[in-house]
Design a protein around this ligand. Structure first.
Ligand SMILES: NC(=O)c1ccc[n+]([C@@H]2O[C@H](COP(=O)([O-])OP(=O)(O)OC[C@H]3O[C@@H](n4cnc5c(N)ncnc54)[C@H](O)[C@@H]3O)[C@@H](O)[C@H]2O)c1
Length: 266
């Protein structure tokens, strides 16, 4: 997923945050923890994403009755090496106890606070087509603090029809409904041509966080945070790793008797 920020002020848009910054875990691109004693401390965006993974893993462990977890167990379950895990948890001031590890519930509480999950974030989905239906019907969001409280589309056949228990409202009602229901996150699942005007309506309704599935760059005021989801990019990253592994294997096959490798050029 890619963080994106633009400024919509009638002049040239503000530069977007570079996607590479997130995947590279660049320390310069820092999110600021929103709560707790460590609120002033910057946390790299890639680490923020991993904190969310640790929380998911720990919550599952807590449900199974675990009270403590070692950094090795947690790192294995999260698919992260243990040095990186310890570094990530040090950002939130959690260092564990030698020989014991971490107390699961304490760590869950710390992660929820730092990720701003101690309150609910009401979600609106715009564009109730294939993707919007799937998101609206997905039962996993409310339990994680993201109840879907409003749906919008432009198709007259969909207006008033409940999807996942929430009736679809008309696009034009986005600002009023979002303001009335206190929507804090807007999810855009419309065709790309509609995404900017949908985004503008969400912002007019007081929405400050937008998750954009449409393949288009959105321009937003400075106070609005945009995250872009692009599964094609994720597939391309996988493709890159497959290609690199193949190149490595070809390189190994070309290893010479003295242990040096032929250079593989693709
Ligand atoms: N990011 C990803 O990985 C990913 C994956 C799949 C789809 N997508 C994107 O998500 C979007 C939705 O895909 P889909 O397959 O669900 O499309 P879809 O055609 O099934 O649904 C789009 C919906 O948006 C509605 N719509 C059109 N204009 C609108 C407007 N101005 N305001 C409100 N609603 C409007 C349509 O009536 C329809 O219900 C597309 O932009 C697609 O490219 C992204």
């Amino acid at each position: 997923m890619v963080a994106q920020r633009g400024r919509r002020n009638g002049s040239a848009p503000a530069p977007r945050r570079a996607p590479e910054a997130e995947t590279a875990g660049a320390a310069e691109v820092a999110s600021t923890a929103s709560a707790g004693a460590h609120s002033a401390r910057a946390i790299p965006e890639a680490a923020v994403a991993r904190l969310a993974v640790y929380l998911r893993v720990l919550s599952a462990m807590a449900e199974q009755g675990a009270t403590t977890v070692s950094s090795e167990e947690l790192s294995t379950a999260a698919g992260v090496n243990s040095a990186k895990l310890r570094k990530d948890l040090s950002y939130i001031g959690s260092y564990g106890t030698r020989g014991v590890g971490y107390e699961v519930q304490v760590l869950v509480g710390q992660l929820e606070r730092i990720l701003g999950l101690t309150r609910q974030h009401k979600v609106a989905v715009v564009g109730i087509g294939n993707l919007g239906h799937a998101l609206a019907n997905y039962g996993g969001f409310p339990g994680r603090g993201f109840p879907v409280e409003a749906l919008f589309d432009i198709d007259p056949d969909l207006i008033g029809v409940p999807v996942g228990g929430v009736p679809v409202s008309h696009l034009d009602d986005i600002p009023t409904v979002c303001a009335e229901r206190g929507i804090s996150i807007g999810v855009i699942a419309t065709p790309p041509t509609a995404a900017q005007s949908v985004c503008d309506r969400l912002v007019a309704g007081g929405v400050q966080s937008i998750l954009n599935f449409a393949p288009v760059v959105l321009q937003v005021p400075e106070h609005v945070e945009v995250r872009k989801v692009d599964l094609a990019v994720e597939l391309q990253i996988l493709s890159f790793h497959v290609a690199r592994r193949a190149a490595d294997e070809a390189g190994s096959a070309g290893t010479t008797a003295d242990g040096t490798k032929d250079v593989v050029v693709s």
